[in-house]
Design a protein around this ligand. Structure first.
Ligand SMILES: [Fe+2]
Length: 251
């Protein structure tokens, strides 16, 4: 690299750096953090790349990513993904959820195409991210705005048309809370919006262990409790599942 190329590279990184004024954050101890090398998006990419290359287990990925999410300052995250822009003209469906892709700003050390997919999910009150399980994928979810009733289940067995599952999480979540899924733990999730509108930021790693990913919608209301306390639930096609679970009706 000659001096001129070096200078250009430096300018490019300086200008992207300047755009990210929100990165001049302070850590919990009041110390200014290194705005580039320590940025959470770079750490996140590392964890997702480790997952994709089987360097860490899906469960370990969940632990690492949830740890990271717990340390992110929400205001900085909202600015980083330009949440205000994503909200403009957002179309809320009557059934279920709508998504918009997230684009990260240019950042030294962060590949332009990240290993993970990133989106926001938005929905109106009583609409749901319908109950579903996953194969060969992991994802993490941070509530950006509003609240949800959140339920998770472990996937114990997949019998083709049925799944054997076990309840693991049942709680209300709100802005700043997060959750994650993988084949190892809390595989099935179900979000029902409890506020006028509600949004999550999702980080998704697909096609793990060299296998294509899949999503299985389940008919949780048709659960049959087995003698060991686990639940046997039928799978549903997406249209039927959306009609049944996309919008909660109160009686
Ligand atoms: Fe999911």
């Amino acid at each position: 690299m000659n001096r001129r190329q070096f200078g250009k590279g430096l300018l490019a990184s300086l200008s992207s750096y300047a755009l990210l004024d929100s990165l001049f954050a302070f850590n919990a101890f009041g110390r200014k953090i290194n705005p580039i090398a320590d940025h959470w998006s770079i750490q996140l990419e590392e964890y997702c790349n480790d997952l994709k290359t089987n360097t860490i287990s899906p469960e370990n990925w969940q632990v690492q990513v949830e740890g990271l999410l717990s340390r992110i300052e929400l205001a900085e995250l909202l600015k980083f993904i330009d949440f205000d822009r994503l909200l403009k003209g957002f179309q809320y469906p009557d059934l279920g959820v709508n998504t918009r892709p997230v684009k990260f700003p240019k950042l030294e050390g962060l590949p332009e195409n990240t290993t993970f997919y990133k989106k926001i999910f938005g929905l109106k009150k009583d609409r749901a991210i319908i109950p579903h399980g996953h194969s060969n994928m992991s994802s993490a979810h941070m509530v950006l705005r509003g609240g949800f009733k959140l339920r998770h289940y472990d996937k114990l067995d997949d019998e083709g048309d049925f799944m054997i599952i076990k309840p693991t999480i049942d709680k209300m979540v709100q802005t700043g809370d997060f959750s994650s899924i993988s084949d190892d733990r809390d595989n099935i999730h179900w979000f029902v919006a409890s506020t006028a509108s509600a949004f999550t930021f999702d980080v998704i790693v697909l096609d793990l262990k060299g296998q294509p990913y899949d999503i299985h919608n389940i008919d949780i209301h048709q659960q049959v409790r087995q003698s060991d306390g686990n639940l046997r639930v039928p799978k549903l096609d997406v249209d039927t599942a959306l009609k049944k679970y996309g919008k909660e009706t109160h009686h």
